[in-house]
Design a protein around this ligand. Structure first.
Ligand SMILES: NC(=O)c1ccc[n+]([C@@H]2O[C@H](COP(=O)([O-])OP(=O)(O)OC[C@H]3O[C@@H](n4cnc5c(N)ncnc54)[C@H](OP(=O)(O)O)[C@@H]3O)[C@@H](O)[C@H]2O)c1
Length: 433
């Protein structure tokens, strides 16, 4: 091969940037054969120039200012691997697109907030905006949804999109320990950040879900419309009850069209323990897409880490080198529909509700009355232990009902004198087979 190399600039040389440098060094020949031209790192930028990174920067030109590099380096494509929804990362992408350079990024926060605007800018400049690495790390799910499933209308897309949360829930399940203890251990092992809030409060999952929804339904990216709950309130007791009922508790991001618009929600779910997604454990991620012609498709693999994330970035670079151009969010940016959000109060589903009650005659009847008042029908009641003086847990499973009705029921029940803690509610998600 003797074609012109694809010269690229890399902004950010941390976990992902370092992984990409290594992949390009190790797999250069393979990439060249597949892309039809070599991929060459012509420019790099990071915060601290002198840092020992454990890899050679060889002939790459160093820039102290990543945004300046994006505008001025002599490259066809800029890879943004800094992170953050605004600031330098955003400037890097905007500058590159304004100068007619392709952009590859792993930055889900940036895309969740500014994805539509960036896609418009890319389209205007007739260049690629590629972000395979931004959702589910090494799993090529963007390509699968956008290209592989292009012949389908999707009725739902959902997934385990945050490895930290899945690791914590898996550990809680296996060791029967509480959230706080498992989180502390995950932090000491490096599986959770010192400030874990982006992960455990569901924000990272919501970023990725907003991107998946746009790719799946051809709507503008709408992070603000995502209903977000994290996993802090999941307790060992609820995990034990879930087990008894044949469920696993997973933090899912779920998007689907409903009669009210597009529903986007992130929250802990009870899922059938035998479903494929229930068996995705530890730091692994998975995405399931339900299509009208294809049926249900399941993708799983590593959602983070230097190798998997670099793998996804490299695939985007090979596409660019080959001259492949596809609309970032499945339809041309100018044709993305305005997002009409289906409100959470209109959500319909079955619910798990766990109460701590004083074990007195009549308590269950009171709760049953509160449910009946809002026409929420009960499928099952579960009471394991009895105690003459201490509060005991009682679990109620409802039939399908509307979230608004369930919220009214929960408020009423919380006010009962015999219910000693705020009720815990976990939604039950029926899964495709
Ligand atoms: N880590 C993963 O597994 C993973 C998976 C999927 C997606 N992502 C996404 O990939 C992106 C990068 O994540 P990461 O884990 O690689 O982060 P990281 O290890 O913290 O690396 C960030 C890099 O950005 C550089 N940087 C920071 N501020 C800068 C500035 N003002 N100008 C130029 N460079 C700057 C840092 O420079 P120094 O090295 O000099 O400090 C560092 O090299 C994020 O958007 C993240 O969400 C990460």
């Amino acid at each position: 091969v003797n074609a012109t190399p694809l010269n690229i600039a890399i902004a950010g040389l941390g976990t992902v940037g370092g992984g990409l440098m290594k992949l390009i060094a190790d797999q250069g020949d393979l990439l060249e054969k597949r892309a039809g031209r070599p991929i060459r790192v012509a420019a790099v930028s990071a915060k601290t120039r002198g840092k020992n990174r454990g890899f050679a920067l060889d002939g790459a030109q160093w820039f102290d200012d990543a945004a300046k590099m994006a505008a001025e380096a002599n490259v066809e494509a800029v890879v943004e691997l800094i992170g953050g929804s605004d600031g330098v990362a955003r400037q890097v992408c905007e500058n590159a697109l304004a100068k007619g350079r392709h952009v590859v990024t792993a930055n889900k926060a940036l895309l969740a907030h500014h994805g539509t605007a960036l896609a418009r800018a890319a389209e205007k400049a007739n260049v690629a905006l590629a972000f395979e690495a931004a959702v589910a790390g090494g799993i090529p799910v963007i390509k699968a949804l956008r290209e592989g499933l292009a012949g389908n209308r999707l009725s739902r897309v959902y997934g385990i999109l945050n490895g930290t949360c899945n690791y914590i829930l898996t550990q809680m399940q296996e060791s029967k320990r509480e959230f706080a203890e498992v989180l502390a251990e995950a932090q000491s092992l490096g599986y959770a950040e010192a400030d874990p809030s982006f992960d455990v409060d569901g924000i990272d999952t919501a970023h990725k879900l907003a991107i998946l929804a746009s790719v799946s339904f051809g709507t503008e990216v709408g992070f603000d419309a995502v209903h977000v709950e994290g996993i802090r309130h999941v307790s060992a007791l609820d995990i034990a009850f879930a087990d008894e009922l044949g469920y696993r508790i997973k933090l899912l991001g779920i998007a689907r069209p409903t009669e009210h618009g597009i529903e986007q929600r992130v929250h802990p779910c009870m899922v059938d323990a035998t479903a494929p997604i229930a068996r995705v454990s530890g730091v692994f991620n998975a995405v399931v897409a339900d299509g009208d012609f294809v049926g249900s498709t399941v993708f799983q693999g590593r959602g983070a880490g230097a190798g998997p994330t670099a793998s996804a970035v490299a695939a985007d670079l090979v596409d660019i080198a080959r001259g492949v151009r596809v609309p970032a969010f499945s339809v041309p940016a100018g044709k993305l529909a305005k997002l009409k959000a289906s409100p959470m109060e209109r959500h319909r589903g079955a619910y798990y509700m766990r109460l701590m009650v004083q074990d007195r005659p009549g308590v269950i009847a009171q709760v049953a009355q509160a449910l009946a008042d809002d026409s929420v029908s009960m499928e099952a009641v579960l009471q394991r232990a009895r105690h003459p003086t201490e509060a005991v847990p009682v679990v109620f499973i409802t039939h399908e009902t509307e979230e608004a009705a369930m919220n009214r029921v929960l408020a009423k029940i919380a006010a009962l004198g015999t219910v000693v803690e705020p009720p815990r509610m976990i939604r039950i998600e029926p899964l495709s087979q």
